[in-house]
Design a protein around this ligand. Structure first.
Ligand SMILES: *Cc1c(COP(=O)(O)O)cnc(C)c1O
Length: 386
């Protein structure tokens, strides 16, 4: 059996080595290392893939979130609501811009934004909501957009873990996540579903004015060379990363399918185990989709995360490591309890779900190169132990 990896970047690269290498060589020979033709081509390809008017590439997913918030003109003291259970980047940029983060609980089954908690958190100072499509599953965007419309709030979708996922609206219409709110952001960090070979990120919007503002902001606030109209940042996608991404984008749907196949194998193998709750079922995922998530496109399984309900999660974590099966606890500490983001505004009672999730979740190997022999070994080891 091949050595099991949490994410098999080497295996994926070896299958596309020739085209990747030649695209990188082209960049090296062109010497257009920043803003070369590959950046523009990748931007256009991604606009087409997402059916969105504007893609603005930038240096990483954290910058993408920060610049999106700058572009919307949010001001010091504005409240921005986001989830307690996500990677810290989401709340980090809110705090960095001197906006006020308002962390709220998530749903126990989808791990995504809890709509009742969202409604309760809104105050006259609320300006924006940042839903995170965590682990690759679409958040409930019908409800988020309804709430935003009612209270006149911006919606910034953190799509770092879910690029390629389709959200199904109540009326049956499908739309790529990241293009539903006022602005969406993503990361091309190597282990993300569309990863480059360094850092990279992008911002998506259908709003022409916002796109224009953001295009200047990523480049020192310049709309005309050496004329600085607004305070900006230096956040660019370099041409080598764009070449890698342009080569990999046409494979993204195939990669999503490979992840869903692995998820289906896991779901089936754990279906008889009462101590394991698998990530998604028909009733609790994209509420309108009507299909089971491991066969539809609302979940792209950035992570395959189960809940261990008999209190043996930490033992399982160690047991799997002993057996050579990598695994991870995403996330071990909820954001409201992190030193940097603690605040006496928060009450533990408001975070019953995240406080439970940090004790029960475990993420299993999930990538595009998992084979049946590996999946059989992983699932048997887990079922024998739990
Ligand atoms: C990875 C990630 C980010 C940050 O992306 P970087 O490219 O690493 O800066 C932001 N939000 C979420 C949910 C992420 O998973």
């Amino acid at each position: 059996m091949k050595k099991i990896q949490m994410v098999d970047l080497q295996g994926q690269y070896s299958n596309i080595k020739e085209t990747i290498d030649s695209s990188i060589e082209e960049v090296l020979n062109s010497s257009a290392y920043i803003n070369g033709p590959y950046v523009h081509q990748f931007q256009a390809d991604l606009e087409k893939y997402l059916s969105v008017k504007h893609v603005i590439p930038c240096a990483n997913g954290t910058d993408a979130l920060q610049i999106a918030m700058m572009g919307l003109g949010l001001n010091q003291g504005d409240e921005v609501i986001t989830v307690d259970f996500t990677f810290a980047a989401t709340v980090e940029v809110i705090a960095l811009l001197k906006l006020t983060p308002v962390l709220i609980d998530v749903e126990p089954d989808t791990f995504n934004i809890d709509i009742d908690a969202l409604k309760k958190a809104i105050t006259p100072k609320t300006k924006a909501i940042v839903p995170v499509h965590l682990f690759g599953l679409c958040a409930n965007m019908d409800a988020v957009m309804d709430v935003a419309k009612k209270h006149n709030l911006f919606v910034i979708e953190d799509t770092a873990q879910a690029i390629g996922a389709n959200y199904t609206f109540k009326d049956g219409r499908k739309q790529k996540v990241g293009t539903i709110g006022h602005v969406g952001t993503t990361s091309f960090f190597p282990s993300k579903n569309l990863g480059c070979y360094g850092d990279g990120g992008a911002i998506f919007t259908n709003d022409d004015d916002l796109a224009h503002t953001i295009r200047g902001m990523v480049n020192h606030g310049m709309y005309k060379r050496y004329y600085h109209d607004v305070v900006g940042v230096n956040s660019r996608l370099d041409s080598i990363q764009a070449a890698v991404l342009k080569t990999k984008l046409p494979l993204l749907d195939k990669y999503c399918d490979a992840r869903r196949n692995a998820a289906r194998y896991y779901n089936t193998a754990f279906s008889q185990n009462n101590n394991i709750i698998t990530p998604t079922t028909k009733s609790n995922a994209s509420p309108n989709c009507g299909e089971i998530c491991d066969s539809c496109d609302c979940h792209v399984f950035h992570q395959y995360t189960i809940k261990i309900m008999n209190g043996k999660r930490n033992e399982l974590h160690q047991h799997l490591l002993d057996k050579g099966i990598p695994n991870a606890i995403y996330y071990p500490v909820p954001l409201h309890a992190q030193k940097a983001y603690q605040d006496n505004r928060y009450k533990e009672d408001d975070f019953t779900t995240t406080n439970e999730l940090i004790e029960t979740v475990i993420s299993l190997p999930m990538h595009t190169e998992l084979d049946e022999e590996q999946l059989a070994f992983i699932t048997k080891t887990i079922n024998d132990f739990v």
